[in-house]
Ligand binder design. Sequence first.
Ligand code: KIV
Ligand code: ZN
Length: 550
Amino acid sequence: MDEEVDITRNAEARVPGKKSEGAGMSDRVIIFDTTLRDGEQAAGTSLTPKEKLAIAMQLDKLGVDVIEAGFPISSPGDFEAVQLVANELRRPTVCGLAHCRPAAIDRAWEALQGAAHPRIHIFLSASDVQLAHMLKKSRLEALELAREMTARAKSYTDDVEFSPMDATRADVGFLYQLLEAVIDAGATTVNIADTVGYSTVNEFGDLIKGIMENVPNIGKACVSVHCHDDLGMAVANSLEAVRLGARQIECTVNGIGERAGNAALEEVVMALKTRHDIFNLDTNVDTTQISKSSRVVSELTGFLVQANKAIVGGNAFRHQSGIHQDGMVKESTTYEIMDPRSVGISASSLVLGKLSGKHAFRERLAELGFALSEEALTHSFRAFKELADQKREISDRDLESLVSEELRSETQVYKLDHVDVACGDHSLHSAAVRLIGPKGEILSDAALGTGPVDAIYKVINRIVGIPNTLVEFTVNAITEGMDSIGEVLIRIETEDHRIYTGRGSSTDIVVASARAYMNALNRLIISQQTRQDLDAAAASSGKPGMKEAD
Ligand code: KIV
Ligand code: ZN
């Protein structure tokens, strides 16, 4: 008979305020967040190690149990990000990904040295199609490799996760054997990956049930699931899996990730909470941090959240039809299955306007979760007063946009000091721009363009001199009304095919466009500098540099 193991033991032992288990008590699902790893694999995003740390700090506030911070062997930037997160965060488990190669596992462990609770996560293809075409290995060879590499990871840390990649298209008998072998070799979590988002709900449920019944030592490990959303079933599949005994869900904030993305954290967590009657399962997530987490991830990755997105979309708690509005006025539960405050959308009665003082401004920002330095607060307050001269009431979304703009401007190499355009349907479009350079020097120029934004970008390019192509340009109004703040999101691509996002906001969308471009360029410059620094450090230590590792 196999030794009985508490499948949630690793995370629970150190999570403050955990619920005690007992007859009739509900169980707990470990929330494994992979926004910084699988989420960052989404096409069109690149986060610097510092931006990853900012997201990780918010994930810590959100209360996720495990943060997968990156894939250390993949690049020095990923290595640095995992190291930064591991060194900074003390409560959550910090995880580094590695493929089944000794060097990858060693590198993951190196990055995790400073972690209070390190986890090495290794993966290997399990389906015949991937074994034949990608690994060029037989099932038996893969089994041996998985066993060996799990043992290697185990020699570093007790907390080892193994993922059979493309498990849902693997031969099920082979999958059972593989899981048994890695658990024998020391894996404490086995993660069933629907890598290509192929499985349907019943099928995935049957797979989990089959694993529970046919892998003899399964009680020694926590069963985890990692579902992609190619057919829109990632959340449903994950929930079906926990209903059948899985106790870890891998997910990302806003559901970002490779291709169609991963299971959305906010949907998984709120489904478990709202339908506790069905699942009888809890998580450690502080759901009031969901809305803020969504905004932080969207801001830094540059992926906008669609209005009708469950839980975090702009329309998720809005009621449009007369009948619905009437019901809501009489009793909110007529049309609302969740209280918006439970996901951090405040129903604040405090509306700021031009007569509001710095104290009220500071208080409201604190309620929204912003802790600004005195200097940033003073700058933001000045911007708030300017905005209040143009808008009668300042909403929370306005405040967030304003503060985000302030925070973006804190990390600038080139600063936009002045922008002036001339445009109209019969005139030439021209722009004059003044920037403050890295050494405080004043740089100004002017240019003509096909439109005002084109003219601005031409001038900035002439001054900064970094070749790039604008590949995406979107304008959004933050709130309703003609006086709304406009937010511009852009993506630029460098000659070596790296994509950088930029955001800018202002009541003037031409200014917002200039700010967005400066934001993208500054991120590009900082990222290039980081890469050069890491390459220089790698060259002096004999480790692979950014160029070779890419
Ligand atoms: O989708 C996948 O299979 C993965 C693994 C690395 C777990 O992301
Ligand atoms: Zn994945």
